[in-house]
Design a protein around this ligand. Structure first.
Ligand code: SF4
Length: 312
């Protein structure tokens, strides 16, 4: 890890490897009244993060299944369960996450409920495959973003990953390079993955709701989301992740078909077609709001715990 680079990015020392951490930062800001409460007890995480240990009872975690999100994915998964594909006949990979010793288990904000209907077995898409999907995305002209893009950015990573991280839309660097989450926000996401003992492309798939960059990085418009979201639905159906992580309010609201605040969605295990979904901050937001990285770490701990529970 390049200390100078981290300092330049404003990440030092909150988000650094364990062996380089030199101090523990204590957050002083109170939790917003509509967010899960976070205590003022802070300990160094086994990954070198600064963690906040909840000491106030959090809202009961209830599975939330959005009707429209469920309907969209149900159609894709229903099609997926009907046949075979050359993409999915490889044997299921062993889990690659590392189980922590009991004493090092990170604290979480909420107990995950029993999953509603987890997708635990690989199912084979009958009428879809990555080649077709990727070609369709690159050729898509279903919304006006096709006129200003350099190229579409479908997504990247392990197509049989357990973890699927979903952001908002490509930015300038992503539009130029054709890969999601590059640049400083991408580096922070890579650091977040490293803290979870994950890495890009290995048991992780990364994508966005929109596949083309909105001009000036403006917020996506409803018509653009409506035109593009079927691509994300198909990606989820093909990857069949065991857990979804929504990065930022926009991704969370799209996946859950809600307009709730990000704060109200954090700390709860949601479900999209039986797949657990954890909501956390977008890395670009965290770069501008460094103290909230402690909250993001809590979200990632909840995600790791939820995935572990799906395997038992
Ligand atoms: S943003 Fe999505 S719907 Fe719009 S042109 Fe790009 S791929 Fe097509």
């Amino acid at each position: 890890m390049d200390e100078q680079l981290l300092k330049a990015m404003g990440l030092w020392p909150l988000w650094v490897p364990k062996d380089q951490e030199t101090e523990v930062v204590t957050l002083s800001e109170p939790a917003a009244s509509h967010e899960p409460s976070i205590a003022s007890v802070h300990v160094a995480s086994p990954f070198g993060f600064t963690e906040s240990t909840p000491d106030v009872e959090t809202p009961a975690a209830k599975p939330v299944i959005s009707a429209s999100a469920k309907a969209g994915l149900a159609a894709a998964l229903a099609a997926a369960r009907g046949g075979s594909s050359s993409l999915r006949h490889a044997p299921e990979k062993p889990a690659t996450h590392v189980a922590l010793p009991e004493a090092q288990q990170p604290p979480v904000q909420a107990e995950a409920p029993a999953p509603v209907s987890l997708v635990t077995k690989p199912v084979t898409p009958a009428n879809d495959n990555w080649d077709d999907l990727t070609r369709e995305i690159h050729q898509c002209r279903a919304c006006t973003l096709c006129d200003s893009r350099t190229q579409a950015v479908p997504g990247i990573g392990d197509v049989q990953a357990e973890w699927m991280f979903i952001g908002e839309a490509p930015g300038a660097e992503e539009d130029r390079l054709g890969e999601p989450f590059v640049g400083t926000a991408g580096k922070l996401l890579d650091n977040m993955l490293a803290a979870m003992q994950l890495k890009r492309g290995d048991n992780v798939y990364i994508g966005n709701v929109l596949k083309c960059r909105p001009p000036g990085n403006r917020d996506p418009q409803p018509a653009e989301v409506a035109a593009c979201r079927h691509f994300l639905t198909r990606q989820i159906a093909l990857v069949q992740p065991k857990i979804l992580v929504a990065l930022g309010r926009f991704a969370a609201n799209t996946l859950l078909n809600t307009d709730s605040t990000l704060a109200s969605l954090r700390g709860t295990v949601h479900h999209v077609e039986g797949i657990p979904l954890i909501v956390t901050y977008h890395p670009a937001y965290l770069l501008r709001n460094l103290p909230d990285k402690a909250k993001a770490w809590q979200d990632l701990c909840l995600a790791m715990k939820t995935l572990q529970q799906t395997k038992h």
